[in-house]
Write a protein that binds this ligand. Structure first.
Ligand SMILES: Nc1ncnc2c1ncn2[C@@H]1O[C@H](COP(=O)(O)OP(=O)(O)OP(=O)(O)O)[C@@H](O)[C@H]1O
Length: 221
């Protein structure tokens, strides 16, 4: 099976180096946790997968695209194959919950009916059908994160990037998120990459774990 993400001697950072010549690969249906202390570089790594950060050196391929050379148009196309959940949800405040979830499919040019049907299906999965017409700021943090999850999955992404997806959530919302992440991988074959401080103890699935420390990334077996 080809690698969905391939990094060779990849260095990332800002004024200072954060990741130093790291090499790794994730396969199509991998479920990967990235752990590490605060400030170690977990979000920085996710940003590079999403094309939000220029590489300092080395190579990074995401879904077959070289992130070193990628142009704006190809980046837009690549992002249509990626779902992403940010720590701070990043929902569009002017749009209803339903329209937020429809958005990735609207961008791909699907009809309004197809977008609505898919949004309603996903909102049902995250138990938020009754909030479909609300604006994001009328929802609790846990509810907003569940909307973000529904939006990230709306277009059946090949790659799902999650930055602390259950960071501030109660057990109820966390369970919904973990269940959806597991089924994304099992039913859609999505590669799921989760940045987190702690891996839930009750998570029964085969996952890989990489830890970032002192600019290096090591797989924990
Ligand atoms: N835009 C930026 N400009 C300059 N430095 C940055 C920027 N973003 C992050 N950093 C620095 O890069 C390092 C890694 O940050 P990053 O956000 O990747 O860490 P993290 O492991 O995700 O942390 P946390 O667990 O606290 O979210 C930190 O030292 C941080 O201060």
């Amino acid at each position: 099976m080809p690698n969905l993400i391939q990094a060779n001697k990849l260095s990332l950072g800002y004024d200072e180096l954060v990741l130093k010549e790291v090499s790794f690969s994730f396969k199509d249906d991998d479920f990967v946790f990235i752990t590490g202390k605060s400030g170690s570089g977990k979000s920085t790594l996710l940003k590079s997968f999403y094309g939000d950060l220029e590489l300092l050196s080395g190579q990074l391929e995401v879904c077959g695209s070289s992130m070193k050379k990628i142009g704006n148009l190809d980046l837009l196309k690549l992002r249509q194959r990626i779902g992403i959940i940010f720590q701070d949800y990043r929902l569009i405040q002017e749009y209803s919950v339903e329209k937020n979830v429809m958005l990735p499919l609207m961008i791909k040019g699907y009809s309004k009916k197809v977008c609505q049907d898919q949004a309603n299906k996903l909102l049902k999965h995250v138990n938020l059908t009754f909030k479909a017409d609300k604006l994001p700021n009328q929802l609790s943090g846990g509810e907003q994160q569940r909307v973000a999850m529904a939006r990230a999955l709306a277009h059946n992404p090949k790659l799902l990037l999650c930055d602390e997806p259950t960071g501030n959530l109660d057990e109820y919302s966390s369970d919904i998120i973990w269940t959806l992440l597991k089924s994304a991988r099992e039913l859609l074959g999505t590669c799921v990459v989760v940045v987190t401080h702690r891996i839930p103890v009750n998570l029964r699935l085969n996952y890989r774990r990489f830890n970032i420390e002192n600019g290096k990334m090591n797989e924990i077996f």
